[in-house]
Design a protein around this ligand. Structure first.
Ligand SMILES: Nc1nc2c(ncn2[C@@H]2O[C@H](COP(=O)(O)OP(=O)(O)OP(=O)(O)O)[C@@H](O)[C@H]2O)c(=O)[nH]1
Length: 205
């Protein structure tokens, strides 16, 4: 069975956990305890194929032993980079993350094709407080070769579910995931990396 690893990255309080929990449980929960990073696991069927999805939710608080952004980027097959449309600072953070992912892609071995990156402007329900134009999000997505979505974890399950499902489908077809499947000898070091980076902490929903 295929394993697909997705990291949900972005600035503090942009709604990373809200998006993940919405996708996994269909529910929007107002507040989340976010004192530690964790990996959620879900078994999915996409286009008739069974996939094991691992969804990484980072912790924004500084913590000893916390994984670095570089480690998170190397770990994942695909990324959701999130910003809050009512918070310009979060868009600047998202811009830096997209650029870093693309830089690391360039530095990676040539056999690895580009990672799949979806850029998400969350909290669309707060558009009366909008600080980031939709055209700015679209431009960043075009520059960073990302798919772009504006949505609301608070208000819309369907769009969130469609976005994650499409990301998983694209990531499963990407060169990076295929490369990992073709090279079982690499799985040992990858498992070691995951344990080093994330410890044994995993969650199922
Ligand atoms: N209005 C609105 N609020 C949202 C939405 N998504 C998340 N929030 C709120 O934004 C706050 C932060 O949400 P989290 O999901 O904890 O954000 P996070 O990015 O995981 O936060 P950290 O892990 O602390 O960086 C919470 O109060 C959520 O209720 C949304 O779509 N609309």
């Amino acid at each position: 069975m295929n394993d697909i690893k997705v990291a949900v990255l972005g600035g503090e309080g942009v709604g990373k956990s809200a998006l993940i929990v919405r996708f996994l449980t269909r529910r929007f929960i107002g507040e989340y305890a976010s004192s530690s990073e964790c990996i959620y696991r879900k078994r999915m069927s996409v286009d008739g194929r069974q996939l094991n999805l691992e969804l990484y939710d980072p912790c924004s608080q500084p913590r000893e032993g916390k994984s670095t952004l570089n480690e998170q980027i190397h770990w994942a097959d695909g990324f959701v980079v999130v910003y809050d449309i009512s918070d310009r600072a979060s868009f600047i953070t998202a811009t830096a993350i997209v650029h870093l992912i693309r830089e690391l892609n360039l530095g990676a071995a040539k056999r690895e094709s580009e990672s799949v990156v979806f850029l998400v402007g969350n909290k669309q329900d707060l558009c009366h407080m909008r600080e980031v134009g939709k055209d700015e999000g679209q431009r960043l997505a075009t520059d960073g070769r990302c798919q772009f979505y504006e949505l609301s974890a608070a208000e819309c399950y369907q769009e969130v579910a469609l976005m994650f499902t499409k990301l998983v489908r694209n990531a499963s077809l990407s060169g990076k995931a295929k490369e990992r499947r073709r090279r079982p000898s690499g799985s040992k070091s990858m498992a070691k990396l995951i344990n080093n980076v994330f410890g044994k902490r995993r969650k199922s929903v």
